[in-house]
Design a protein around this ligand. Structure first.
Ligand SMILES: [Zn+2]
Length: 281
């Protein structure tokens, strides 16, 4: 029962197109008046490149295809960059204008393999303890006037050692150069990938509390490439093993929280995770 291996990615792409179209409509954005076939093929290139785990023999491939060999059209990382511009409405916003802090979906690959067992809920902005850096969200104001911290990401619970994958084609960057002072004691083993994909250029994915790091700052990575494993480093010691996942925008977002106006880059990653989740929670 050897199915055409191109069929699964195309079906997945169809679902992605439908989901993205719904998001675009919700955001009151117009899809480009391109023929549906053109729209589908542009997205299909992205999906098939992300699903094949190409160029990464160590990657746990999330492919739904019965064959691990890449299709001719997705044999290189550049296949994830469509030759034509992505349809309007599919790409993540390039400025704070039109950005929906809790709803914007950034096209990406899920950070764990579809074969992994994991669970998560939207725990973005729940109350957390610890110092509130300028780059951390605030939950409330303490009696002494200081800010109480909120959770900047979503925790994806999975077994220790579960392989963690890059959500983007991009470059591994050092968080300590972007968010100073970087709180190493809190984050532990961390990989930050800056996307250079046309639909999410400049967006940053933070993969936190890793037990092992398989890439280094400056490395070029592709979607679904293995970058590390789930651990409990940083302040995750003593709690169930999980991947702390954050998305940060390449521009400041103005939020009103704890009675103040603050400017941060961390936004709700849950809609993007759900859109990318192969199990479609
Ligand atoms: Zn967390």
């Amino acid at each position: 029962m050897q199915r055409d291996r191109r069929r699964a990615p195309v079906l997945a792409a169809t679902a992605v197109v439908a989901a993205l179209a719904a998001v675009a409509l919700a955001a009151n954005l117009r899809l480009a008046p391109a023929a549906p076939a053109g729209t589908g093929s542009a997205v299909a290139a992205t999906v098939s490149a992300s699903a094949s785990g190409i160029d990464s023999p160590t990657a746990a491939s999330p492919s739904t295809s019965p064959s691990p060999s890449p299709t001719p059209s997705s044999a290189s990382p550049s296949a994830s960059a469509p030759a034509t511009a992505p349809p309007a409405g599919v790409a993540a916003p390039t400025s704070a204008a039109g950005f929906a802090f809790r709803k914007t979906v950034v096209p990406m690959a899920f950070p764990l393999s579809s074969k992994a067992r994991y669970r998560y809920t939207n725990d973005f902005l729940i109350r957390r303890d610890g110092i509130v850096r300028w780059y951390n969200h605030a939950f409330s104001v303490n009696p002494d006037g200081s800010l109480h911290r909120a959770h900047d990401g979503v925790d994806i619970y999975a077994a220790r050692g579960t392989v963690v994958l890059s959500p983007f084609d991009g470059t591994v960057v050092d968080p300590a150069t972007l968010w100073r002072p970087w709180d190493r004691a809190r984050y532990g083993g961390t990989v930050v990938v800056r996307s250079d994909e046309p639909t999410s250029r400049g967006y940053l994915a933070l993969l936190v509390h890793l037990g092992r790091l398989d890439v280094a700052v400056g490395d070029r990575v592709v979607r679904s490439q293995r970058v590390g494993t789930v651990g409990n480093t940083g302040n995750a010691a003593g709690v169930p093993f999980h991947l702390h996942f954050e998305l940060r925008a390449p521009f400041a977002l103005t939020v009103r929280e704890a009675g103040r106006r603050r400017q941060l880059d961390a936004f709700d990653p849950y809609p993007s995770l759900v859109a990318a989740d192969p199990h479609r929670r």
